[in-house]
Design a binder for this molecule. Structure first.
Ligand code: GAP
Length: 505
């Protein structure tokens, strides 16, 4: 069944234009996917909703949105530690030549978590337990650390650069400029949405593990002298979060504890209120996107998985059909990034906190766009409700807000339907509606449901008499008759349905 759901999502994605392998008419290479017409709109809606929620509607501190270069110079990534340490352990099959990520293979085959172990230790585990190539059963050899960044040569080759492995680095590199140009005061944050690139050894599960993907990241800069938290903490402090503690993981239980965000800080589980603030807001954000709280947990990374400079990492994991998987990385990076960039560049990256010079500390929530899109698709997919599959997408991110349908293929109906459609498309608040007059009305409803269209607007003979139309709701298939003049407002309000009190929108 789990594999079936994943397969159904992939098939629906291909059939309806959500995503497909890059260059699929040739031999597509693994880890690259294109978003099709519906996927691209859905991604755009998700990003806008995220920016609305975490940038524009943030009232606890200023959040500045930037849009940095995808290509970063060698020196910057040397300073950040990526040139030396951004690697995954790899081995190749002697027989079929396939490359494998060794830590993942050990986890899959033996159920052991081995993050933080050296390549020699991993090789020993493979040898002792007789782990072989999952593809052909061949022997694994050539154990080495595989570098994850895509290297580029700039200009005539005199300069080395890399495609950025995370969006976060642009933020640290721009820190001084932003602080100066925006006259920023601590605490403040910088956000960025954009592509990141990692030369993953064995990308898999369609858009879950990619070599080119998108991130939505925030770096919150605050004074280490004032970790009492953001102004808005009181509003979200009572939100219940589910934490998979280190103790639980070591016991092998995997049972998350439920506690209020404020208690998580007071009990010393989460290191500070800035981080707890984001954990609480993430629960609300994803709940508004249709993921039930009981299917989310914050996994406190074990010491061996946590970078030495970090004051604590909490991965937001969601329960997928194939198991729990991280969709957001949350980290308390302390002053690591600004300190290393200051040291390597020679720039002073400290700030003033009431007369005291401090290097700001950083809390970082890092959202992966494609994994979130996939999670939303899994949680929206329904079979057995109607004769066709149905995507009950969260209305704010669904690509099609309404489909305009003439009841029959008659000139009087199609021309009136076309007028309604163009008026909605040209409305003051542009709404993505589509026009569909191909096939029976039943087939058209089925197509709209499978694409996750929020509403269907049908133009029938009564429309010609009194300027009313029927509006069919995707989720319950009920129809109401409304005036054409009210449509824009109805569709617009419908997009925001259910978002009250979630901190979103
Ligand atoms: N700046 C911190 C950072 O990049 P990360 O945990 O490596 O942290 C954050 O990445 C998020 O980016 C992950 O939670 C995941 O959603 C997404 N992500 C990371 N690697 C990915 C990949 N290869 N394919 C798709 N999404 C990925």
């Amino acid at each position: 069944m789990p594999e079936q759901l994943a397969e159904s999502i992939v098939q629906l994605a291909l059939r309806r234009g959500f995503f497909n392998p890059t260059a699929e008419i040739y031999r597509a290479s693994a880890g690259f996917y294109d978003l099709g017409p519906l996927g691209a709109l859905m991604k755009n809606n998700l990003i806008n909703y995220w920016i609305d929620t975490f940038v524009k509607r943030e009232t606890s501190f200023d959040v500045y949105l930037i849009d940095g270069s995808l290509i970063l110079p060698y020196d910057a990534l040397k300073a950040s530690g990526h040139v030396d340490k951004f690697t995954d352990p790899m081995a190749e099959c002697k027989k079929c030549g396939r490359a494998h990520r060794v830590d993942q293979l050990i986890e899959d085959v033996l159920g052991l978590k081995v993050e933080g172990k050296s390549i020699e230790e991993l090789q020993e585990i493979v040898r002792k337990n007789g782990v072989s190539c999952p593809n052909c059963g061949g022997e694994l050899a050539g154990f080495k650390e595989h570098h994850l960044m895509f290297k580029l040569s700039v200009g005539g080759g005199e300069e080395t650069a890399f495609l950025r492995p995370e969006t976060a680095q642009n933020i640290f590199l721009n820190f001084k400029r932003i602080a100066f140009s925006m006259r920023a005061k601590l605490p403040f944050a910088v956000a960025q949405v954009g592509k990141s690139f990692r030369n993953e050894i064995s990308p898999r599960q369609s858009i879950i593990r990619l070599r080119e993907f998108s991130q939505m990241e925030v770096e919150v800069f605050f004074s280490p002298l004032r970790a009492d938290g953001p102004r808005g903490f009181e509003e979200v402090g009572d939100t219940v979060i589910r934490v998979l503690t280190r103790e639980e993981q070591m016991r092998g239980n995997g049972e998350a504890v439920e506690l209020r965000a404020r208690d998580a800080v007071e009990e010393g589980i989460v290191p500070n209120r800035f981080l707890a603030y984001y954990l609480a807001r993430e629960v609300r954000f994803f709940q508004s996107l249709g993921i039930p709280p009981e299917n989310m947990r914050f996994r406190h990374l074990l010491p061996e998985e946590t970078p030495h400079y970090s004051g604590g990492n909490f991965d937001l994991e969601v329960k997928f059909s194939f198991g729990w998987k991280e969709i957001v990385g949350n980290a308390y990076r302390r002053d690591y990034d600004l300190t290393v960039h200051s040291r390597h560049s020679g720039e002073d990256l400290s700030m003033d906190d009431n007369g005291v010079k401090v290097v700001p500390h950083v809390v970082e929530p890092s959202f992966g766009v494609e994994r979130i899109l996939y999670a939303i698709l899994e949680y929206s997919y329904r079979e057995g409700v109607r004769e066709w599959p149905l995507l009950m997408l969260p209305r704010i991110v669904s690509p099609i807000k309404a489909v305009v349908l003439p009841l029959l293929d008659r000139e009087a109906l199609t021309s009136r339907a076309w007028e309604v459609y163009t008026a909605l498309r040209m409305s003051r608040r542009p709404i993505y509606v589509v026009y569909d007059d191909r096939g029976s009305i039943g087939r058209r409803y089925a197509r709209a449901d499978e694409a996750g269209a929020n509403l269907c607007i049908t133009i029938d003979f009564q429309t010609l008499k009194d300027n009313t139309v029927t509006v069919r709701d995707r989720d319950n298939a009920q129809q109401v008759r409304v005036k054409i003049d009210e449509l824009e407002e109805i569709i617009f309000n419908d997009m925001y349905r259910g978002l009250e009190g979630t901190g979103g929108g």
